[in-house]
Write a protein that binds this ligand. Structure first.
Ligand code: FAD
Ligand code: GLY
Length: 384
């Protein structure tokens, strides 16, 4: 006889852990199954930018979703800190998007206009003003300052979430789900090497591996790994950089421990390959030297890889799976899973409790195919 739960969540990244935590807080008996350990994959690898204004290109549902999730962050991390004693280090340092060509100036000024019209703060800086804002940077033509975009420490956020989930839910690590089967009497049986568990509600939140698992149920969910390489450096001087800097080729995210996280490559052809390569790291370091020459003497700390869960249109795929009552998906968060975790948790609680969604969430609702959504992410996602 399989063990019974109210909810089984598959995948212990930021998305699955947040969902498990939020559903457990509603009083449900939740089982989280993670094949490795919580935070083993993309979620601890992330740079941790909460780029609600950075990572979008036009007004609309995606922009609203990102802003909403950013607004939820202070309460989210406060509650995690209170429950676990681990501080995810939410830092309100703003993001500066740098322009080195007239085309970039034009695109960033257009972005500033629609963001200001939508009520967000976005400030144009001349080259001289950008240099006054961040004295270490090289000459640029201008920059867009997004003072309300922020960042968290992704590994610490995952440690806090792991502890929080373990306090409220049953967590099995080292438990790879290889099958989800619909039961004739309703609900689902979920199988791992260690045994079987049953629940009327199952949530697939297994990141870049979602297509395999949901595919075994005959569903075509178009999520593929998008490899990203990052590195971290330690400047010799304190506060060598205060704002997060973002250029077309690289970004630099200053962390509270004094390091700067530098990212990131975006490689769709690499599949599940996790090699750190000399060419990628050398290119990122060259960009660092070009963008912030004073960092030339910074110490090299480490490099690593993460696999972004990229849906075919770059937008997340959230909610009850068509024709599979009780089976939910929360996948395809691509470049913004850290940012979107709080709102995704809320969307799943609404969906499981059959509370109607606000209209701007609807475009992200799980459909048979992402192409049925009629909205293309390429129009929404930030230019790089
Ligand atoms: P994951 O964190 O990958 O978690 C999925 C989990 O499912 C894994 O732990 C895996 O082991 C588990 N799993 C898989 N298959 C099974 C199975 N069959 N059974 C049990 N468990 C299974 N986002 C931001 O918002 N801001 C950023 O600055 C940012 N920077 C990034 C930089 C890089 C280089 C990368 C790679 C990503 C970045 N992201 C960023 C994106 C963000 O990391 C992802 O969108 C987010 O982590 C996705 O979370 P997830 O929980 O869906 O996936
Ligand atoms: N959001 C930053 C990245 O995915 O690299």
């Amino acid at each position: 006889m399989a063990h019974s739960f109210d909810v089984i969540v598959v995948g212990g990244g930021v998305i699955g852990s947040t969902i498990a935590w939020e559903l457990a807080k509603t009083g449900r008996n939740v089982l989280l199954l993670e094949r490795n350990h919580i935070g083993a994959e993309a979620s601890s690898a992330a740079a941790g930018m909460l780029g609600a204004q950075l990572e979008v290109n036009q007004p609309g549902a995606f922009s609203q979703l990102c802003l909403e999730s950013r607004a939820r962050y202070p309460a989210f991390v406060d509650e995690l800190y209170e429950e676990t004693g681990i501080d995810p280090q939410l830092t309100h340092n703003g993001i500066v998007q740098l322009a080195y060509s007239e085309d970039e100036v034009e695109a960033l000024q257009a972005k500033m206009r629609w963001q200001v019209e939508s009520g967000a703060r976005a400030i144009w800086l001349s080259g001289a003003e950008a240099a006054a804002e961040e004295p270490g940077i090289s000459e640029c033509l201008g920059a867009l300052l997004l003072p309300d975009d922020s960042n968290v420490n992704a590994p610490l956020l995952m440690q806090a979430l792991a502890r929080a989930v373990k306090r409220r839910a049953v967590v099995e690590e080292g438990a790879e789900v290889f099958a989800i089967q619909h039961c004739a009497s309703g609900g689902y049986e979920v199988s791992t090497q260690g045994g079987r568990a049953f629940a009327p509600v199952v949530v697939a939140a297994n990141g870049a591996w979602a297509s395999r698992l949901l595919g075994s149920l005959g569903m075509s969910v178009e999520v593929q790994p998008v490899k990203g390489q990052l590195l971290s450096i330690r400047p010799r001087r304190a506060r060598a950089l205060v704002r997060t800097l973002f250029s077309r080729h690289a970004y630099l995210v200053p962390k509270r421990d004094g390091t700067i996280v530098v990212g990131a490559t975006e490689d769709r052809a690499a599949g599940f390959n996790r090699d750190v390569t000399i060419d990628a790291i050398a290119a990122l370091l060259a960009h660092v030297q070009r963008i912030v020459p004073v960092l030339r003497d910074a110490g090299f700390e480490q490099s690593w890889v993460g696999l972004r869960p990229g849906s075919s249109d770059g937008l997340p795929w959230i909610g009850e799976v068509p024709d599979h009552p009780g089976l939910y998906a929360a996948v395809g968060h691509f470049r913004n899973g850290m940012l979107l975790a709080p709102v995704t948790g809320a969307m799943l609680v609404h969906a499981v409790e059959h509370v109607p969604w606000p209209s701007h969430w609807e475009v992200f609702r799980a459909r048979r195919r992402t192409s049925e959504r009629g909205e293309s992410a390429h129009e929404h996602l930030g230019q790089r």
